[in-house]
Design a protein around this ligand. Structure first.
Ligand code: URA
Length: 199
């Protein structure tokens, strides 16, 4: 199903409403997959009939969204982890150089054993993720307990992120080979934020 939703996102004819719907549905699939990353504990539960062995999450995860495009992933993750603290890191790409410019950061204080989902639909150069990872670590989070969640990554961006944070986990719907001179993912889907927010 991820391939079908990604095709809708890639299609230049897809209008805002359909684009948002596909982005929401793809987020739900990734959120569902993200669960296997979280440690469980065995927990006995009493059904109306008998007791049964079940499992519960050891600790609620934390969510960190890279603004603005990361907001697209947030509803699906919040719906699955309603009690999760949410951090936001605002990073703008310089139009000419594509260098990341940090304009705001609000993170919850984190502990080493907190599981953290870092949300950004597009990993182009990987530089925005690098900034966010550094801030998360400064707030107390650990690389090994972090998972970067994205719709699309360029192979170059993915390799860069892995070199910056080798212990971090990555969950990505698809990896594209290309990255053009202006750091757009090729074939990609264009400007995710503009298409999602309708700007
Ligand atoms: N961000 C986007 O929205 N699209 C790209 O291709 C790269 C970064």
């Amino acid at each position: 199903m991820k391939d079908i939703l990604l095709t809708t996102l890639r299609d230049r004819e897809t209008k805002t409403e359909e684009f948002r719907k596909a982005a929401g549905q793809l987020s739900q699939l990734l959120a569902a997959e993200s669960c296997s990353f979280l440690p469980r504990m065995v927990s006995l539960v009493n059904t109306p009939m008998a007791s049964a062995e079940g499992s519960r999450l050891r600790k609620k995860p934390a969510l960190v969204s890279i603004l603005r495009s990361g907001l697209a992933l947030l509803p699906a993750f919040v719906s699955l982890y309603p009690g999760a603290p949410i951090g936001c890191v605002g990073i703008r790409r310089d139009e000419k150089t594509s260098a990341p410019h940090l304009y705001s950061s609000h993170l919850p204080s984190l502990e080493k054993d907190d599981m953290i989902f870092l949300l950004d639909p597009m990993i182009a150069t990987g530089q925005s993720a690098e900034v966010a990872i550094r801030l998360i670590k400064e707030a107390g989070g650990s690389e090994a307990n972090m998972m970067l969640v994205a719709f699309l990554a360029s192979s170059k961006g993915l390799a860069y992120v892995k070199s910056c944070a080798p212990e971090m986990h990555v969950l990505v719907a698809h990896v594209d080979e290309g990255l053009d001179a202006h750091h757009w993912i090729i074939p990609g889907l264009g400007d995710f934020g503009d298409r999602y927010f309708g700007t």
